[in-house]
Design a protein around this ligand. Structure first.
Ligand code: ADP
Ligand code: MG
Length: 412
């Protein structure tokens, strides 16, 4: 019996192993299907090789992969497993088909119902709840079995004991492994992302610092030259134009420098109202040109410390992207809402533009990623960097063709 148990455990470990070895680096939607397929195979193997107790009872671990897929994947993903389970059970034959069918139907109706809430839980809680779900499923199954049998002898209690302990053990070990994989993937992504931001902001800081000095010197000499009496009016015009262009270059460099590190003089402790209204007014003409209506609501009372310039730049970049996304659709609505919730400032910026696919969302914030002809691909990088500095998080909801909403949560 112990050997069969180990064999079953091996079946269950197999998908976990495959994911770690082959798919950890590539998160995309095909992985889901592969995971479901592997769980299905595992489930069938579990049914095919049930655990034989010495006293003649059998039980198997089919509900472990079933519950895992139901909890993580919801109705959509568990449905193929449900069909497969019953088709296979029917094929195996025997008297147990109908009870098994009814029972799996009950499980498939009940468990995925909690999927959305389950996914939002913290890792530790998820381990506990998944284990509880496995025990509960097995428990109810045993109760039904007991009721059908009528007499509850010591053998039945022994079966109960074996079945429940194996389910608790197997489920909790699997969940610990799964959660560790999830944490590892998340950590690695976070490290990669902040590494990227660091490289870019350091580069920007050094480059812009080096360029600023020659710019200042050149513009100083040009100003002197402008005052000279020995040059013709036309030459004066040339000098004037050069000065204007130099000014522009200096501005771009300043933007980069402010992007690179928070400047002491710019730090304020406030509720974002001034920045939000200022940037909204700046963007209004740009919105009007592209027939975009701007809806602005502000209801935040919480104060936090931030770099004024960076936050302004960040908001402008988001507004600009929103408006540019609606440009191709010939107009739309830009919704800006700044509110508070549970010690967090919430900034929501929504547009009714072209939207993005899941793939495009994951690319956001990578340097030089742009789908626009004259895009720089630095706007979103700046946004992520600025939000990172105030310890905020960005959540992107987008639907291709419908629009995009950026939700920024800043802790106070
Ligand atoms: P740029 O605007 O110069 O292209 P960004 O870093 O600001 O660079 O944006 C990168 C890309 O992200 C854009 O080219 C666009 O494809 C996508 N993007 C950003 N915001 C939105 C939005 N609100 N709607 C649709 N796509 C967007
Ligand atoms: Mg942009």
């Amino acid at each position: 019996m112990f050997e069969t148990l180990l064999l079953n455990f091996l079946f269950l470990l197999f998908p976990v192993l495959i994911v770690v070895i082959f798919f950890e680096n590539k998160a995309n939607r095909y992985n889901n299907k592969i995971l479901v397929a592997m769980s299905a195979v595992t489930m069938l193997l579990c049914i095919a090789k049930p655990i034989q107790l010495d006293m003649g009872f059998i039980f198997d671990l089919r509900y472990v992969p079933f519950i895992l897929v139901a909890l993580f994947g919801g109705y959509k993903n568990v449905f193929p497993l449900y069909v497969l389970l019953n088709v296979y059970r029917f094929y195996v034959g025997g008297a147990g088909f109908l009870p098994s069918f009814l029972f799996s139907t009950a499980v498939v109706l009940a468990v995925p119902f909690f999927s959305k809430r389950f996914i939002r839980l913290r890792a530790n809680r998820r381990i506990v709840w998944a284990t509880a779900a496995a025990v509960l499923t097995m428990g109810i199954y045993l109760v039904v079995l007991g009721l059908m049998k009528g007499t509850l002898d010591s053998q039945f209690w022994l079966l109960t004991l074996y079945a429940l302990t194996t389910h608790v053990m197997v489920m909790s070990i699997l969940m610990i492994l799964i959660e560790q994989i999830i944490t590892n993937i998340k950590n690695r992504d976070r490290i990669l992302h902040s590494e990227r931001l660091n490289v870019v902001s350091e580069l920007a800081a050094s480059v812009s610092h080096e360029i600023r000095n020659p710019l200042t010197v050149t513009s100083g000499f040009l100003q002197l030259l402008k005052k000279s009496n020995n040059i013709s009016p036309q030459e004066k015009d040339y000098v004037e134009l050069s000065l204007q262009e130099l000014n522009r270059a200096e501005k771009i460099v300043s933007d980069f420098l402010s992007f690179a590190k928070p400047q002491f003089g710019n730090m304020v402790h406030s509720n974002l109202r001034a920045e939000a209204e200022y940037t909204k007014n700046i963007i209004m003409p740009f919105a009007a040109i592209h027939k975009v209506e701007v809806q602005f609501t502000f209801s935040n009372t919480l104060n936090t410390s931030y770099d004024k310039n960076q936050i302004q730049q960040c908001l402008i970049n988001l507004y600009k992207n929103g408006i540019e996304a609606m440009k191709e659709k010939g107009g739309g609505t830009l919704t800006i809402d700044i509110s508070e919730k549970k010690q967090h400032i919430l900034i929501s910026i929504g547009d009714t533009g072209i939207g993005m696919t899941k793939d495009e969302i994951t690319r956001l914030g990578k340097p030089y990623y742009s789908t626009k002809k004259e895009g720089t691909g630095l706007g979103m990088l700046m946004v992520y960097s600025a939000v990172n500095k105030v310890k905020g998080v960005i959540d992107v909801k987008s639907e291709k063709g419908k629009g995009t909403t950026f939700l920024i949560k800043i802790p106070v």
